[in-house]
Design a protein around this ligand. Structure first.
Ligand code: HEC
Ligand code: HEC
Length: 242
């Protein structure tokens, strides 16, 4: 208990010493009020960093890495800072004009975290995977999924529910005609979610396209084993038996 308190005190001290090196007056504010107080400015900056999973140095030039006193806060050299300014204007426009016009309600404010959810680039997981697959194939999509799941599972940054890989598989099969890639995604989905009956039906559909009726039958049985009332599985079974 004592150690925890000591640790916390130390932590606060370190954080305060670092933050004490941030100036009290600002010379290059274009969106925030020019006379903003230090507490409010730092609160805003910390919320940016948390919402995007970034550090101060991802947006601000730091001459010597690790040396907090070497920041040039006013500099606009880093692209992330310029983009962030555009995002601030966008969020203001959403909250003060677009959102009220759309809903006539004012009890919700969009913030950086609303879209970003702790990551720099707020793409959805299916989108990230499809992009990676389009560039480097299904193998790289699978590697990307494993890597992101390892890092972000439980954080809410990405949706790891079974529907994500199912969507990716469906898009690969239907839009790109990439049946091997689709199968790989379904198999990955079943490794992660062994109880996902729909995935067995997707395998069965892929089997049928390839003319493998027995394999399709076995996969439909597996789906029905998990969910005997599954109406789509029952329909597929009937069709197969005709
Ligand atoms: C996502 C990018 C981003 C991150 C991360 C970020 N900032 Fe900023 N910061 C900005 C932008 C954009 C401005 C300018 C805002 C404006 O134009 O109104 C700014 C302005 C500032 C200023 C005022 C500089 C001046 O003199 O005009 C300070 C000081 C500052 N940030 C400190 C920090 C600290 C400390 C952190 C880390 C806790 C941090 N920032 C993290 C984007 C960021
Ligand atoms: C309405 C959704 C939305 C909100 C709210 C939002 N962003 Fe973004 N932001 C995006 C999207 C989408 C991208 C990526 C655009 C792309 O890849 O073309 C992005 C990209 C960025 C990037 C560039 C990151 C990179 O890796 O390219 C920064 C920096 C950023 N946003 C900062 C912010 C800050 C700071 C806020 C809050 C003031 C904010 N964003 C609020 C949607 C949003």
């Amino acid at each position: 208990m004592k150690n925890v308190a000591l640790c916390l005190a130390l932590f606060t001290l370190l954080a305060t010493t670092a933050m004490a090196q941030v100036p009290d007056e600002y010379t290059n504010l274009k969106v925030l009020p020019k006379d903003i107080g230090k507490r409010e400015l730092l609160g805003t900056m910390k919320s940016f960093a948390a919402a995007l999973g970034m550090r101060c140095s991802d947006c601000h030039v730091q001459e010597t890495p690790g040396d907090f006193s070497s920041f040039d806060w006013a500099s606009d050299k880093l692209n992330n800072k310029k983009v962030a300014r555009g995002m601030m204007t966008m969020v203001q426009e959403i909250n003060s004009n677009l959102l009220p016009a759309a809903t006539h309600e004012h009890d919700f404010q969009v913030r950086c975290v609303t879209c970003h959810r702790g990551v720099e680039n707020p793409r959805t997981l299916d989108n990230v995977l499809l992009k990676s697959i389009a560039k480097d194939g299904a193998e790289s999509g699978e590697a990307k999924y494993r890597e992101l799941r390892e890092t972000y599972y439980g954080s809410g940054s990405y949706n790891f529910a079974p529907m994500t890989l199912a969507t990716v598989a469906e898009t690969l099969a239907q839009k790109d005609g990439d049946l091997a890639g689709a199968r790989r995604m379904v198999e990955l989905n079943l490794e992660m979610n062994p109880d996902h009956a729909d995935s067995y039906l997707m395998l069965a559909e892929l089997d049928l396209v390839g003319g493998h009726k027995d394999a399709a039958r076995a996969n439909i049985d597996k789906a029905l084993g998990l969910d005997p009332q599954h109406s789509h599985a029952q329909r597929m079974l009937k069709q197969l038996e005709q």
